[in-house]
Design a binder for this molecule. Structure first.
Ligand code: FO1
Length: 310
């Protein structure tokens, strides 16, 4: 596969843990320079005066081999002494920032305060952790995701996800502000031979990227292949299944994923048993990523499928 992919430029759109795992498989499969990862920053927020970019960090730590296998976010084996002390002194402790992880947030916050862009800061964070792949925040300007409940309450995304444990029902998801994708992101997409939509939550990880001005029209000119984030009517991780029921009053199926992405999509990978009747090229293959071997196998199947359907 590496030989066949030589010279190809592939862009992956990714959110959190599920996206990071496929990106890791692509990283292990594709030659140097062939892969650019555009990462959702709608989850970003300020906490303890620090700029936290959970999805960028999840992808970065995964590529650096630092992520905990099960949990997926943060740094494996991290300690939480600062968190315990901060809580003892009355700080909010609902978002678990690990001691080693804190160095990332401190450096990012300092870099941004010094006038560097999130793109620049991300590149330097990656280099210090030995990550050579190009990781690009979707935008250098904040675009916070906000959850709206049926009674009109608006809850910042991390508060809803972590603090309120996805309890409040979701009527709508908003992406606040109208920043542009960075020029670097647009150039990467313009030059792409293949765009991969990772198995991340469409509403809160992928749509923040797809709804940036000019991105969807650009993608309609490209071969775009997605991996379903749903298996047998359940999300591999996170609240997607109940969001589909609450927001779209629909069943959380692969057919929903295809309909959601609509004419942007040129192919979809679904788990065995999840195929449905459609003109869209489908590949039924194991999309449940449990270990490193699964990540590479999925990346290879996807690249083969893209080549056959080009
Ligand atoms: N997710 C949680 O469910 N609880 C946490 O306390 C938490 C802390 C955290 C710290 C750093 C980081 O990079 C990610 C963290 N996450 C936590 C994960 C993260 O908030 C979500 O998984 C993503 O935003 C969803 O893509």
């Amino acid at each position: 596969m590496t030989g066949e992919s030589r010279g190809q430029r592939i862009v992956a759109l990714a959110g959190g843990v599920g996206g990071a795992r496929l990106v890791d498989g692509l990283d292990r499969t594709l030659p140097a320079g062939a892969l650019t990862v555009v990462v959702n920053t709608g989850d970003d927020f300020q906490h303890w005066g620090l700029r936290i970019s959970p999805d960028l960090d999840t992808v970065m730590y995964t590529l650096a081999g630092l992520s905990p296998e099960e949990r997926g976010w943060g740094i494996d084996g991290d300690t939480f002494h600062v968190l315990a002390e901060a809580e003892r002194r009355g700080a909010a402790g609902w978002f678990q920032l690990g001691d080693r992880d804190l160095v990332t947030h401190l450096r990012r916050t300092k870099g941004l305060a010094g006038g560097r862009t999130l793109t620049e800061v991300t590149t330097s964070l990656c280099r210090t952790l030995g990550v050579e792949r190009t990781l690009l925040p979707m935008s250098d300007v904040p675009r916070p995701t906000v959850i709206e409940t049926p009674d009109g309450r608006r809850i910042p995304f991390q508060n809803w996800l972590v603090r309120e444990r996805t309890g409040p029902a979701v009527a709508q998801v908003h992406y606040e502000g109208r920043p542009d994708a960075t020029a670097t992101v647009r150039d990467a997409l313009r030059g792409a031979d293949l765009v991969i939509i990772c198995p991340s939550n469409p509403y809160v990880s992928i749509d923040p990227i797809l709804t940036l001005d000019g991105i969807a029209p650009l993608l309609r000119e490209k071969q775009v292949i997605a991996v379903s984030p749903l298996i047998g009517g359940r999300a591999v991780k996170g609240p997607l299944a109940k969001m589909v029921a609450q927001i779209d009053a629909d069943e959380p199926t692969s057919a929903w994923v295809a309909a959601h992405y609509g004419d942007v999509l040129d192919g979809l990978l679904v788990h065995p048993g999840d195929a449905f009747t459609t003109d869209l090229p489908l590949l039924e293959t194991n999309i449940l990523i449990q270990d490193r071997r699964d990540r590479v196998a999925l990346a290879e199947s996807l690249l083969d499928f893209a080549r056959i359907n080009r």
